[in-house]
Design a protein around this ligand. Structure first.
Ligand code: CP
Length: 330
């Protein structure tokens, strides 16, 4: 029987099972081809509306959700939080309820508070997609990373994946740890001790190793995923200086020499060049950083298609006027 995706929201990878993740990846694979066409558009979401509500800066995620919606023929609306009524003190929930009153088929939200998308999913009726919440999860990033690994390695099961850098503050790390271990990868995490807490091993039942030394995580890895130092979330001195971080934990060719000979390098972006990754690696032949961005469009097309698609309700002239009813509140 074909696996299906019947969820109303995409809030995180943690709650998904391997079949749902694989279904999302397979759907994304079918959409990858649309972006290679001369006319990059299919009518799948014609007449649907997607709202992007980003409370934190974004280049890749926000743009690719907008492009994904447009390639599916949906109407994409970007709410600029700095010029919205949020700046007058309107709450997140009131903002979302007012947007919901305009009948979108889906709201994509990024917020600095972990749990903000889950809150909206409970309190509103619109399908909610988490585009990154605090240091909690970034599910579409993990999906696009997995799609990229599958594209270049042909599988995920049995691969050794090293995730190195600022694990503590990284929603990308959490979502990837959940996803990759659910699909049978062996994940090693490493970085400065202050940024790689031992309790990460408790995040998953198996398939995760917490290494004390950065290089130990990379040794023999098929995939090396390097994370950004999240300057905006460093509320304490986790390491002495950026310069020292670069010297001890910046990914250099000598580190990769001990990975698998055909190891690939990934980074979710934005990169701090010369800090967590050298330009030689970022722009080198093993780097798939821009392939990740390309796959982000296909993944977001798949997620929008599966969540904002729903049954089509073409209005007909015989449709009886609907009696006005009080809005149902959750
Ligand atoms: N990877 C990622 O989330 O990038 P943006 O912050 O630019 O969206």
């Amino acid at each position: 029987m074909q696996p299906t995706f019947t969820r109303r929201h995409l809030l995180g990878i943690r709650e998904l099972n391997a079949g749902e993740i694989t279904h999302l990846l397979d759907t994304a694979e079918t959409f990858r081809e649309v972006s290679k066409r001369q006319i990059k558009k299919v009518p799948a979401l014609r007449g649907r509306t997607v709202i992007n509500l980003f409370f934190e800066p974004s280049t890749r995620t926000r743009t690719s959700f907008e492009i994904a919606a447009k390639r599916l023929s949906a109407d994409a609306v970007n709410v600029s939080v700095s010029t919205s009524s949020v700046s007058k003190g309107e709450t997140l929930l009131d903002t979302a309820r007012n947007l919901e009153a305009m009948a979108p088929d889906c709201i994509v939200i990024r917020h600095s508070s972990a749990g903000a998308p889950q809150h909206l999913a409970r309190m509103t009726n619109a399908p909610i997609i988490n585009a990154g919440d605090g240091a909690h999860e970034h599910p579409t990033q993990a999906l696009l990373d997995a799609l990229t690994i599958r594209e270049y390695k042909g599988r995920i099961e049995g691969l050794k994946v090293a995730i190195v850098g600022d694990i503590l503050h990284s929603r990308v790390a959490r979502s990837n740890i959940y996803l990759l271990t659910k699909l049978g990868a062996n994940v090693s995490i490493g970085g400065p001790g202050t940024l790689v807490p031992g309790e990460f091993a408790e995040l998953v039942d198996n398939g995760l190793r917490v290494e004390r030394h950065f290089q130990d995580a990379i040794d023999g890895a098929d995939v090396v995923m390097i994370l950004r130092i999240q300057r905006e979330r460093q509320d304490a001195a986790f390491f002495p200086s950026m310069r020292e971080y670069a010297v001890h934990y910046g990914l250099q060719p000598r580190h990769l020499d001990r990975a698998a000979p055909d190891a690939i390098v990934m980074h979710p972006g934005p990169m701090n060049r010369g800090v967590e990754i050298s330009s030689e690696i970022a722009d080198g032949s093993r780097s798939l950083i821009l392939d990740q961005v390309t796959n982000g469009v296909a993944v977001r097309m798949a997620v929008l298609y599966l969540l904002a698609g729903g049954p089509s309700e073409e209005p007909t002239e015989t449709t009886a006027p609907v009696k006005k009813q009080k809005r149902e509140r959750k």
